[in-house]
Write a protein that binds this ligand. Structure first.
Ligand SMILES: NC(=O)c1ccc[n+]([C@@H]2O[C@H](COP(=O)([O-])OP(=O)(O)OC[C@H]3O[C@@H](n4cnc5c(N)ncnc54)[C@H](O)[C@@H]3O)[C@@H](O)[C@H]2O)c1
Length: 472
């Protein structure tokens, strides 16, 4: 009797300690599961259907003139309309928004600059009529995040190339939908990641390609932008609502895009897995309580993510749109021979012997503890200016859009379409950079467990070698 009593106590103790529980830990979401073998959460990766082909390096037939329809004419969309009036070989055929006033505003703008008038469409599904027009080549989407993918899928289904504001998609499933539709219809699907074209980033990319930094080992990027002044400006409060229901780095692409270019992601390298940790929500919750009366808020005030690449590099990403801090995208590259940093101080550091002597002014101080002197930095920025900037910097700075990078992006999109060239950013970039939202949310939800980053190229991430900005 006493033995049986001891046995029962032992079993109960073991069960309560967890040591006697032989059931494996099972983590399973709607479209992901934990693999004990890899020690990571993996999202389902659908097979490529027989009627699809890879879009890597894809070039569509050249277009004499790029005929554009704009969907979403709020803060961002209306600026795009105005930038396009400064690009040669463009016709603006149609404009769609939920709000008549926004359509009228853009039509008024076209009239004021003497451009031919564009047809206006108003309403939730009015974009469908726009997409069905047979005189449009490109649908340019600047709506709220949740409507990007439905609009883009419909447009590609109608045979139109699409350009989608950031992030292109809000879930891993949506990322696959973009990839599959683009592969099936052979329509370009580019995400409008403007930061890739900023002056410091593109100059630095040129320097990376010339080997100045040696081997890049670590990179950092961020979207740290206090949005207090902006929350009221978004149509129907869409952005705060999205943040109130979505955890993770929901706006990762400005930080990640330029880094992926510098690291040749899916051009010989790939993002393998990430771990993510967020803080509790304090300011986000307070803002949402004020505006929406909610008592819970999903997005942490500050989210930090680490990503490992197949070349053994690490990337740190941060997202914070809630606390008082100076604007910061970090953009930092740590290489074996050099270092580049954009925010909060723009500068470079190199080991001796890397920079050509003619760039070093008399007595220029070069050591490995400090940034190079300002005059040397200026000389570097001039010497390694990217050929694209060399060609259109003046007009880009004049037309503007975040200092000119928005114009460079639109110009390149139109240039590649007109010349039948592969676009600078393909649908796999759009999917990889946008998928970070749900992947980081999933890691954070499971106490920062590693989450594998899907290979949206389906095994072809090594086929292209390096980033190419094609020219005729
Ligand atoms: N790349 C950048 O630097 C940058 C900067 C700001 C915003 N953005 C992106 O641009 C997009 C728009 O942001 P915003 O700041 O202009 O927001 P916004 O709220 O000012 O504009 C969104 C517009 O989309 C319209 N819209 C929504 N659903 C629609 C539909 N079904 N059909 C037609 N129109 C529809 C709304 O009426 C509104 O005018 C977002 O994806 C955002 O992330 C990018």
């Amino acid at each position: 009797m006493r033995n049986i009593y001891t046995f029962v106590v032992l079993v109960v103790a073991l069960v309560f300690c967890g040591c006697g529980d032989a059931t494996p830990v099972i983590i399973k979401g709607e479209n992901y599961s934990f693999s004990a073998e890899s020690g990571m959460i993996h999202f389902d990766e659908p097979q490529r259907a027989a009627n699809q082909q890879s879009m890597l390096g894809y070039a569509a037939a050249p277009l004499d003139v790029v005929r554009v329809g704009f969907v979403g004419l709020g803060m961002r969309g209306r600026d795009a309309v105005s930038r396009f009036t400064h690009i040669e070989g463009v016709e603006i055929k149609a404009l769609a928004d939920l709000v008549q006033r926004n359509v009228d505003y853009c039509r008024g703008y076209l009239e004021s600059v003497g451009w031919p008038q564009a047809e206006g469409y108003v309403g939730e599904e009015a974009y469908k009529e726009l997409c069905r027009r047979d005189d449009i080549d490109l649908v340019y989407i600047s709506t709220d995040w949740s409507s990007h993918v439905p609009i883009a899928l419909y447009a590609m289904e109608q045979g139109k190339h699409v350009a989608i504001e950031v992030p292109a998609a809000t879930s891993v499933k949506e990322c696959w939908q973009l990839v599959d539709m683009s592969e099936r219809t052979r329509c370009h699907c580019m995400m409008l990641e403007n930061c890739v074209y900023d002056f410091f980033e593109l100059t630095t990319l040129n320097m990376v390609e010339q080997g100045l930094f040696g081997e890049i080992l670590h990179a950092e990027g961020a979207y740290i932008h206090n949005l207090t002044e902006y929350w009221d400006a978004y149509h129907d409060n869409w952005r705060l609502e999205f943040n109130s229901t979505h955890r993770g780095d929901v706006y990762a692409t400005h930080g990640l895009g330029p880094i992926c270019m510098a690291l040749d992601i899916h051009r010989g390298n790939r993002l393998e897995y990430l771990v993510s940790m967020d803080t509790k929500s304090v300011n986000g919750l307070a803002i949402a309580r004020d505006r929406m009366g909610v008592t819970e808020f999903a997005n942490g005030d500050h989210t930090t993510t680490m990503i490992k690449t197949s070349r053994g590099q690490s990337i740190m990403l941060q997202h914070n749109v809630f606390t008082p801090r100076p604007y910061n995208r970090l953009y930092q590259l740590t290489g074996t021979h050099g270092f580049a940093n954009k925010y909060p101080i723009e500068g470079f550091t190199f080991v001796e012997g890397v920079l050509p002597a003619e760039l070093l002014s008399e007595g220029a101080y070069v050591d490995q503890h400090n940034f190079l002197a300002e005059d040397v930095k200026a000389a570097i920025m001039e010497a390694y200016k990217h050929p694209i900037h060399r060609e259109i910097e003046d007009v880009a700075r004049r037309v503007g859009g975040h200092g000119g990078m928005d114009y460079v992006m639109d110009y390149r999109l139109v240039y590649c379409l007109r010349n039948g060239l592969p676009l600078d950013q393909d649908v796999y970039d759009a999917a990889e950079w946008s998928s970070i939202g749900e992947l980081t949310a999933t890691s954070a939800k499971h106490n920062s467990m590693p989450v594998a980053i899907p290979d949206f190229t389906r095994g072809e991430w090594n086929r292209l070698t390096g980033v190419t900005f094609h020219t005729k």
